[in-house]
Design a binder for this molecule. Sequence first.
Ligand code: ATP
Ligand code: MG
Ligand code: MG
Length: 406
Amino acid sequence: TCCASMENDVSHRKENTLDHGLSEKIVGVLGGGQLGRMLCQAASQMAIKVNILDPMKNCPASSICHHHMVGSYDDSTTVEEFAKRCGILTVEIEHVDADTLEKLEKQGVDCQPKASTIRIIQDKFLQKVHFSGHGIPLPKFMQIDDQESAKRAGHQFGYPLMVKSRRLAYDGRGNAVAKSEEELTSAINALGGYGHGLYAEQWAPFVKELAVIVARGRSDSILCYPVVETVHRENICHIVKAPANESWKIMKLATDIASRAVASLEGAGVFAVELFLTEDGEILLNEVAPRPHNSGHHTIEACYTSQYEQHLRAVVGLPLGDPSMKAPAAIMYNILGEDEGEPGFIMAHQLIRRALCTPGASIHWYDKPDMRKQRKMGHITVVGPSMGIVETRVKSFLKENADESP
Ligand code: ATP
Ligand code: MG
Ligand code: MG
């Protein structure tokens, strides 16, 4: 099930030793979605070779990576086989086989970030236990495994109550809100029942969601990107504004909490820390991703070092780059599927045509084989001299009857 030709041990060694790239080691990435694709784009600039493990033959990263092994990143034999062809293992998704990564690590395979980090993060309940144990502020939470404990959570935390799946969550699939005790059963059923591993979280009455991309090098040095505001639509990241429009005090608090959260985890790479800002200026941690993230797409055009380049620098052991912004303001707009199939493609292409005529706009199209409603198909980043001007530019391509002349 592998596109790359099978090689014997000698040629593995040869393949893992490059003469001219910035890394002598091949970077193996578990997952080949849009994040993997953008990692490959950054790698190409530095002549770093990236191998991808993804079950989908035509996944977004497949056309531009060094080798694509078609297979599951959640299958131990496949991950072990993949590891043999790589000098360093990293991830673009956390829902990978952490047991196998741990086993490989014991055998001397270089995993960045560490398997322990992936293990903690891939289970949102364990993640909460970990961060609260490290004194990171977060919404109150409690494991629920039956009707009685669910009611107890509702009683203690009040309603609305956020019920979450411990595992395999993304884009809000794995979250259900119970507005009252009567809605508990339907929320729990919507997530597949208690057997799937659920926990409850107190509702965070946030005024804004913020995010910080934090980079950690192999020497444990930590660098934070400027704090951004993320705007979600139906639980899916929709717009990112960089920098967030908040006081110096809030920006510093968010940055401090984000870097403390990352410092409590092991291994190199970039991490995305999602935060809630409450009305009284409190910052609560929502979750951490151990990899490049949607809230850092804008760094490609808006920062001196993109999160993708930074992740590669971190995992291969190169010096970290400057995370600061080189443009005063940026907005990232996610192109989400509006319709299935052809009608969805036509709508997306019309939007892209208008963006192509917008000053400061860069278009990223992920080349996903199927168009589905709410699927992340691409994104547009607009940079400019002020947030006001960037907002006007975004509005101009969102208007359907916008003038197409440049
Ligand atoms: P991602 O795609 O970022 O991995 P996810 O599926 O892991 O998302 P969460 O980040 O847990 O889901 O939640 C998605 C969104 O739901 C959050 O960005 C926020 O808007 C909302 N949300 C999550 N937890 C809470 C909470 N405790 N109180 C209020 N809103 C919440
Ligand atoms: Mg998540
Ligand atoms: Mg999230």
